[in-house]
Design a protein around this ligand. Structure first.
Ligand code: X2X
Length: 344
């Protein structure tokens, strides 16, 4: 063999080795994977998806190339169908809210139990502890591969009519709620008039005044500029928080080499951690600077005293008790214990 031919052959062989997979495997990879998100990169949630995609591209040397589909556009904006679409392969991967998947995975309603999680330490005690592991097992059984937790955030109450300080102030307010029936129960118990609507439909409904109010994390409020669609009254009640979950469709996952799966998992864990920091920015520092910004936009911010908050807890206790067995008494007990034992 001539020296030149030998060198070329060696180079080709080592190139294959560096790629770390036989050519046949590489052919099974799609040229692009579709990541579903409810909101885009102006929001911490969408940013988390972008960070994940970029890390995956880097770690896999471009073998796994991900395109973001914000606005749940792969399913025409119907966020409550996201989980089914993931399972069916219409969506390859997603960073999704526990709320949007709870119609299919009833255990995910845990995070929507009113006033279960009093603070961020309680959220972390669940997602980063045994409860989080249990829920990942459930998601795995339900047909997707869960990789990491992120966060949408504490969902605070806003409306266009008046300041809300007591459950009585909610009487008759038409409130847009997300897809789980648990939210309808909670707002009905509070005397409001809840109406289920996708996020895509909600924004024009605020603008036209078809609905009076809504509940969402402050990062969603500011990025979507809800103050410009009449949402002038904000009540900080911290009644529920929705974590996000980074997941991949099972067939897609199985089509990847073990090495690439590990890259995708690590990327999700890193992206999830970074996303949670972004999601809490302005809310965990002394004086909650994000709330100051919101007040600066002309929004009236109502902060509840412990006694005032307790009135909302009492008004929704029946809903909590009704949903506990549906979610799973054992799982809710486990969550209550983890929260009681949390480090503050
Ligand atoms: O629809 C909402 O309220 C949002 C954007 O927070 C979710 O997708 C759960």
């Amino acid at each position: 063999m001539k020296l030149r031919t030998f060198l070329t052959a060696t180079a080709a062989a080592s190139a294959l080795l560096t790629l770390g997979l036989p050519a046949a495997h590489a052919q099974n990879y799609k040229s692009e994977y579709r990541m579903s998100l409810v909101v885009g990169t102006a929001f911490p949630w969408g940013k988390g998806g972008e960070i994940w995609a970029n890390k995956v591209r880097e770690k896999t040397n471009g073998r796994i190339n991900i395109k973001l589909y914000p606005g749940v556009s792969l399913i025409q904006g119907d966020q409550t169908r996201e989980f089914s679409a993931l399972r069916q392969g219409v969506i390859d991967m997603a960073v999704g809210s526990t709320i949007n998947w709870s119609p299919q995975v009833k255990q995910l309603n845990l995070f929507s139990l009113p006033f279960l999680m009093p603070d961020y330490a309680a959220v972390d005690a669940l997602t980063q502890g045994e409860v989080g592991k249990e829920i990942f097992k459930t998601l795995d059984k339900a047909g997707v591969v869960p990789l990491a937790w992120g966060e949408n955030g504490y969902r605070e109450l806003t409306n266009s009519k008046h300041a809300v300080k007591t459950p009585a102030d909610m009487k008759g307010l038409k409130i847009r709620v997300v897809g789980s029936p648990l939210f309808v129960d909670t707002f009905t118990a509070l005397g409001a008039n809840p109406t289920q609507m996708s996020w895509a439909d909600a924004q024009p409904a605020f603008a036209s005044g078809a609905v009076d109010g809504q509940e969402n994390p402050m990062s969603i409020f500011t990025a979507a500029k809800l103050q410009n669609v009449g949402q002038k009254y904000l009540t900080m009640w911290g009644y529920v928080a929705d974590p996000l979950v980074f997941v991949v469709n099972k067939d897609v996952w199985n089509s990847w080499t073990p090495e690439d799966r590990e890259h995708v998992r690590q990327a999700a864990i890193e992206a999830g951690k970074e996303e949670i920091v972004i999601a809490r920015k302005g809310m965990i520092e002394a004086g909650q600077p994000l709330l100051k910004d919101i007040e600066g936009l002309g929004v009236t911010v109502t902060r509840l005293s412990p006694a005032e908050r307790e009135a909302f807890v009492q008004a929704t206790r029946g809903v909590y008790n009704k949903w506990k067995p549906t979610i799973g008494t054992q799982l809710v007990d486990m969550a209550e214990k983890a929260i009681a034992a949390r480090k503050q």
